[in-house]
Ligand binder design. Structure first.
Ligand code: NAD
Ligand code: MG
Length: 397
């Protein structure tokens, strides 16, 4: 019986993970569930899955969560705060950690799981974007087993020989890989006239054509900054330079990514766009288990289209490519600026087309340094957030 901690259990990935776990009660037991402040959803999950621990990040959500669980006779221990989240990620009894907190907040608890040698299922791409060098070094030092949940990276992993952490150390070129083809749906605004993009609302940006996801990643998909983060994520996971990763628009989201070998073979992983497939794959790896995802109907799909990305329409992709090429703390700066800009957009304080303006401004202003310590990464993150906040304050909507 494997004990599983889910960081960010109330989110989109967290809920899909619980759905897969619930199909295999003989294999997995929920050890701990964590959330930011959604205590009601967390309480419902505790009543159903009876974890040993539940951790809520927000102080003011602690008392109502404790009350509700007590009233229902639930014996789950309730803890509060970021240190407690890291503690349930690194607890000696835990085998597997699903890292599904959104944004930079996921870095420290995910690193805690990595440092204690857990099997880490990584959805929280921002952690790798911010601190990829420190993160991958920690994986190699602790012997943690790092498996990608992001559908593209999980697809790439499935198209590679079964070697897992060796990719972090040796790269995939030694396996005969020529390049990685990272597919992108293009999001909800792939064909929207560029002039109309300035007026799009958070609701329109979050209405992704193929995937139901949390708000932040939905906006990232609409700007295509998500694909930029994924480019950086792929470089760390598979130890390749950015030039070896090509972004390809594929609006149907049926092929989840591809790997091209030096003999000209291109391997692809296909499936319905449902995150339970990569979640089940990583949970059971190297075995396979049922995920609840229905069969892919190729006849109904009928066609698979491909196109080059348009960086005029999606300047965020260009900015991320620039950060990837720069390396050091540039990706952490890009990520922090984007988190602040997306939060402002969701709050209707910033226009959609101003998101890349904020990122560009912050990248021009904040000094890039070596990303050789967590302090250096945190410094870059803090500087970028402050710079983004100030700049947003000067902008007219
Ligand atoms: P979401 O917004 O639906 O859920 C986020 C979870 O993190 C929630 O449980 C929330 O309570 C928790 N959280 C947020 N801020 C926190 C904080 N400061 N401290 C502690 N917990 C906090 O997000 P999501 O769509 O599930 O995405 C989670 C991660 O997975 C992101 O990094 C995203 O890029 C990645 N991802 C998601 C999908 C998807 O289909 N949703 C696909 C690929 C990758
Ligand atoms: Mg993805």
């Amino acid at each position: 019986m494997q004990q599983v901690t889910i960081l960010g259990s109330t989110g989109s990935i967290g809920v899909s993970t619980l759905d897969v776990l619930s199909r295999h009660p003989e294999r997995y037991q929920v050890f701990a569930l964590t959330a930011d402040r959604q205590w009601q959803a967390l309480a419902d999950q505790c009543l159903r899955f009876k974890p040993r621990y539940a951790v809520i990040n927000a102080d003011d959500a602690y008392a109502p969560l404790v009350e509700r669980l007590k009233a229902s006779g639930c014996t789950t221990d309730v803890l509060c705060g970021t240190e407690a989240i890291a503690a349930v990620a690194s607890h000696a009894d835990v085998h597997t950690v699903m890292a599904a907190i959104v944004g930079a907040a996921g870095l420290m608890p995910t690193l805690a799981a990595v440092r204690t040698g857990k099997k880490v299922l990584l959805a929280n791409k921002e952690a790798l974007v911010m601190a990829g060098g420190l993160f991958t070094r920690a994986v190699l030092e602790s012997g943690a087993c790092l498996l990608p949940i992001d559908s593209e990276h999980n697809a790439i992993f499935q198209c590679l020989p079964n070697q897992q952490n060796n990719f972090l150390r040796d790269g995939v070129t030694t396996s005969g890989v020529r390049k990685i083809l990272l597919t992108a749906s293009g999001g909800p605004f792939l064909h929207t006239p560029v002039d109309a993009l300035g007026a799009v609302t958070p609701e329109q940006a979050c209405a992704h054509p193929n995937w139901r996801m949390g708000q932040k990643i939905s906006v990232d998909s609409a700007t295509m900054l998500n694909k930029g983060l994924e480019l950086i994520e792929a470089c760390w996971l598979f130890n390749v330079p950015p030039q070896q990763v090509e972004v390809v628009i594929h609006p149907q989201s049926v092929i989840h990514s591809m790997v091209e070998y030096i003999d000209g073979s291109v391997l692809a992983q296909l499936g319905n766009p449902d995150m339970r497939t990569p979640i089940a794959h990583a949970l059971a790896w190297p075995e396979r288990i049922d995920s609840g995802v229905s069969s892919l109907d190729l006849i109904a799909t009928a066609r698979l289209d491909f196109a080059a990305p348009d960086t005029e329409r999606f300047p965020c992709l260009r900015l991320a490519q620039q950060a990837a090429a720069q390396g050091a703390t540039a990706p952490a700066i890009l990520n922090a600026a984007n988190e602040v800009a997306v939060a402002a957009f969701l709050d209707r304080r910033l226009g959609f087309r101003q998101i890349p303006q904020v990122i560009e401004q912050v990248m021009a202003q904040v000094a890039v340094t070596a990303a050789d310590s967590l302090d250096a990464v945190q410094w870059a993150d803090t500087q970028a957030r402050s710079c983004a906040g100030t700049f947003i304050g000067t902008l007219q909507r």
